[in-house]
Design a protein around this ligand. Structure first.
Ligand SMILES: [Zn+2]
Ligand SMILES: [Zn+2]
Length: 416
C-alpha cells in the first residue's frame, strides 16, 4: 500500500468513545468514593462488565458497516415512501427511534430468543456506569434488525445512523446510583432513577421501565414504575436467579445452553417452538442449577493474592489500549492483523474471566496465548524460528520436569 493511500484512509474516530467511557467511569468512582459509597464498585464485577463491552466493541467493528449497508438496502428497495429531511422530521425520527427501542427492549425481556442475548446486560449485581458496557454483539445484531424498521418507514439511513449514535450514547448516563431524582425531568425522560428500577430484581420492579430516552412509552403501554425511597441495600440489582459466575463464556451463552437443554427435553415441534419464542417464564427454572452443577461445579473460590489482582488489572489495561488502537486504525489493518488482534483479545478476555473464577485450566490457555503471539510475530517478520522456539519453551514448561504450573497457581491464588 502506498504512503499516499495509507494517509488518505480515514481514522475511526468512534474509537474515542473508549477513553470517554473510562473517563466517566473514573469520575463516577471518584464521586462515589467522596460520598463514602465505594461499595458501588466491585473489582471482579467491573472487570466482568468491561470484558463484555470490549468484545462487543471489537466484534462490532466488523459488523457496523454491514448494519449500515442493510439500512441503505432496506431504504432503497423497500421503504414505503421517502420522508423529507426537515427539522420536524428529525423530531419524529427521534420519537420513532425511541418507540422502536421500547418494543425491541420489551420483547428482549419477553421472548426467550431475544432474552438470551439481553440477559447478559442484566447479570451485573452492581449498578454503575460499567454496566452500560454489558452489551453483546448478539444483542447488537438483534437491535439492528429492529432498527431496520426506521429506513423501512422512509427515514433516510444517514438520518437514522446519526440519531442512533445519540440515542445509544444517552443510555450510558442512566446506569448510575450517584444521581438521585431529577425533579421535573423525571416526567419526560428516562432518568437514572427510572433505569435503576429496570435493573432491580425486587418483585415490584420486575419488567418495568423499558424506555431509553422518553418515559411516556412505559406510561402508555403500562410498564411504568417509579423508584421508591429505599433503605441502603433494599434494592437488589441483577437477575432474579443471580448468575454465579464471572466466566466470560458462561455469561455469554448460559441462557442459550439452557434453551438448548429444554428443547432437547421437550417433545413435539409446538413445544420446542414455544421454548424459542415463548416467555422466559415457560423455561424450567431448574435447568440452570442443573447446568451450573455440570459446568461450574469444580470452582474452588479462595481469596486471590495481590499478584492476582495486579495481573488481572495489567492484562485489562493492555487489552483496553489494544482495543482503542485497533479501533482507531481499523481500516489500516491487514486481515492477519485483524485475525490475530481479535483472537488475542478474546483469549485474554476468557483468561481474565477464568482468573476471576480461579480456574486452574487457564494455565494452559496462557500457553495457547503465547502461541498466538508468536505465530503473529513469526508471520509479521517472516521468522518462523520464533514460533518454533516458543513452542519448545511451552512444551518444556508443560512437561513433568517443570513445576511452573504449581508456582503460577500459587502466585495468583495463594495456597490451596
Ligand atoms: Zn432490559
Ligand atoms: Zn441498562
Amino acid at each position: 500500500m502506498s504512503e499516499h493511500s495509507w494517509s488518505s484512509t480515514p481514522l475511526n474516530y468512534a474509537a474515542f468513545a473508549i477513553p470517554a467511557f473510562f473517563i466517566f467511569v473514573g469520575l463516577e468512582y471518584f464521586i462515589a468514593t467522596k460520598q463514602g459509597r465505594k461499595y458501588l464498585f466491585k473489582f471482579d464485577s467491573s472487570i466482568a462488565n468491561f470484558s463484555i463491552g470490549v468484545a462487543e466493541r471489537l466484534l462490532n467493528l466488523f459488523l457496523t458497516a454491514s448494519f449500515y449497508g442493510v439500512f441503505y438496502y432496506v431504504y432503497e428497495n423497500f421503504a414505503i415512501w421517502a420522508l423529507p429531511n426537515t427539522w420536524w422530521m428529525w423530531g419524529i425520527l427521534i420519537l420513532s427511534t425511541d418507540l422502536v427501542w421500547y418494543w425491541y427492549h420489551r420483547l428482549g425481556h419477553e421472548v426467550n430468543l431475544f432474552w438470551g442475548a439481553h440477559i447478559v446486560h442484566h447479570q451485573s449485581e452492581e449498578f454503575n456506569y460499567s454496566v452500560s458496557a454489558r452489551i453483546t454483539t448478539l444483542q447488537a445484531i438483534v437491535r439492528n434488525v429492529f432498527w431496520a424498521l426506521l429506513p423501512l418507514a422512509g427515514f433516510h439511513p444517514s438520518m437514522v445512523i446519526a440519531t442512533l449514535i445519540i440515542h445509544g450514547a444517552y443510555s450510558f448516563f442512566t446506569h448510575t446510583q450517584i444521581v438521585g431524582k431529577l425533579g421535573w425531568l423525571e416526567h419526560i425522560f428516562i432518568t437514572p432513577s427510572h433505569h435503576r428500577v429496570h435493573h432491580a430484581s425486587n418483585e415490584k420492579y420486575l419488567d418495568k421501565n423499558y424506555g431509553d430516552l422518553f418515559v411516556f412509552w412505559d406510561k402508555i403501554f403500562g410498564t411504568f414504575q417509579t423508584e421508591k425511597e429505599e433503605e441502603h441495600g433494599a434494592t437488589v440489582y441483577g437477575l432474579t436467579h443471580p448468575i454465579k459466575s464471572h466466566s466470560f463464556i458462561w455469561q455469554h451463552f448460559h441462557y442459550y445452553l439452557e434453551m438448548l437443554y429444554a428443547i432437547r427435553k421437550t417433545h413435539g415441534l409446538r413445544a420446542k417452538f414455544k421454548i424459542i419464542f415463548g416467555n422466559p417464564e415457560v423455561l424450567d427454572q431448574n435447568i440452570r442449577p442443573k447446568l451450573e452443577r455440570i459446568y461450574l461445579a469444580s470452582r474452588q473460590q479462595v481469596r486471590g493474592t495481590l499478584a492476582y489482582k495486579q495481573y488481572v488489572t495489567a492484562q485489562f489495561i493492555f487489552i483496553i489500549l489494544l482495543t482503542f488502537v485497533f479501533s482507531l486504525f481499523f481500516s489500516h489493518l491487514t486481515v492477519i492483523d485483524k485475525f490475530f488482534g481479535v483472537l488475542f483479545t478474546i483469549v485474554t478476555l476468557i483468561n481474565c474471566g477464568a482468573l476471576l473464577e480461579q480456574r486452574t485450566w487457564m494455565y494452559y490457555l496462557e500457553h495457547f496465548r503465547l502461541l498466538v503471539i508468536f505465530t503473529y510475530i513469526s508471520l509479521l517478520f517472516e521468522q518462523p524460528e520464533w514460533l518454533v522456539l516458543s513452542g519448545l519453551f511451552s512444551l518444556f514448561l508443560l512437561s513433568p520436569f517443570s513445576s511452573t504450573k504449581q508456582w503460577y497457581l500459587t502466585l495468583l491464588y495463594g495456597k490451596r
